[in-house]
Design a protein around this ligand. Structure first.
Ligand SMILES: Nc1ncnc2c1ncn2[C@@H]1O[C@H](COP(=O)(O)OP(=O)(O)OP(=O)(O)O)[C@@H](O)[C@H]1O
Ligand SMILES: [Mg+2]
Length: 241
């Protein structure tokens, strides 16, 4: 299945946390500049797949290629150095640190390149102007939507080949969801390659070219937003929710 313009190739990934595999036989690809959604109900294994790509699963088989590199055996800190970055479930900000310090943490591996870090910060602030305004604020004082913007911004500060987002819409107001969706669409315009975990089909459909449906730890369907369609999205939302 190897193809020159696949930026991510996951082949026969299986893994979990203990004696039993939580995900099995996961084979998926992401082309350069593409956005792909992973949809599925609670407990389906979506986060586990992202953790597998980041090298965060102790138990894992299969292979993972990012760009031209087989990263299967790489430790997480090496994958985080320019291959993949994640806006994790629950955002995981350092609550007592400022917005800007949280962002700069995403670029720790570039800490000896202050001009590069500043350029990345400027591009995050261009994407989310409110974060520039609040840059000296403690991140725990931000709204949920603003905190999600920080989590996405911190991921962008790593300037990786692929972006992994784990349910960025969860718990947000409709206005905040719309801001996040528009930011993801803007990232695509800038050429980013995204793997987006979502329970909201409408959100994934607005952002993604292709969708994989995960259930019981396996990929059960590959589809497109066009096929799912608007009405279908509402139905599936109900089913997944
Ligand atoms: N750290 C862990 N230790 C043991 N089991 C875990 C751990 N994390 C997740 N699991 C189990 O693995 C399965 C898949 O979890 P995962 O978090 O990947 O699902 P998910 O699709 O991301 O669900 P959600 O939409 O609720 O976030 C679940 O049965 C869960 O209980
Ligand atoms: Mg999850």
């Amino acid at each position: 299945m190897s193809s020159a313009n696949n930026i991510l190739e996951v082949s026969s990934l299986a893994g979990g946390y203990g004696r039993f595999d939580v995900v099995r036989n996961i084979t998926l690809r992401l082309r350069e500049g593409e956005a792909v959604g992973l949809l599925g109900p609670n407990g389906a294994g979506k986060t586990t797949i992202l953790r597998g790509i980041m090298g965060l699963l102790k138990q894992r088989v299969g292979t993972i290629r990012i760009g031209d590199t087989d990263v299967t055996m790489f430790p997480t800190h090496r994958i985080a150095r320019g291959y993949a970055a994640i806006a994790p479930e629950g955002r995981r900000l350092f609550a007592d640190q400022t917005v800007e310090d949280n962002l700069i943490l995403g670029a720790w591996h570039r800490r000896r390149e202050p001009q590069r870090v500043q350029a990345l910060l400027d591009s995050v602030y261009a994407l989310f102007p409110v974060l520039r305004e609040y840059r000296h604020r403690q991140s725990s004082f931000l709204s949920g939507g603003e905190q999600q913007m920080v989590a996405i911004g911190r991921m962008l500060m790593a300037d990786p080949l692929i972006l992994l987002l784990d349910e960025p819409s969860i718990g947000l107001s409709p206005v905040a969801v719309d801001i996040v969706v528009k930011a993801l669409i803007e990232l695509r315009r800038r050429g980013a390659s995204l793997l987006l975990v979502e329970q909201r089909v409408d959100v994934a459909a607005r952002v993604c070219d292709r969708l994989y449906v995960i259930s019981g730890g396996e990929i059960v369907e590959e589809t497109t937003p066009e096929v799912v369609g608007r009405e279908g999205a509402e139905l599936i939302n109900k089913y997944l929710g």
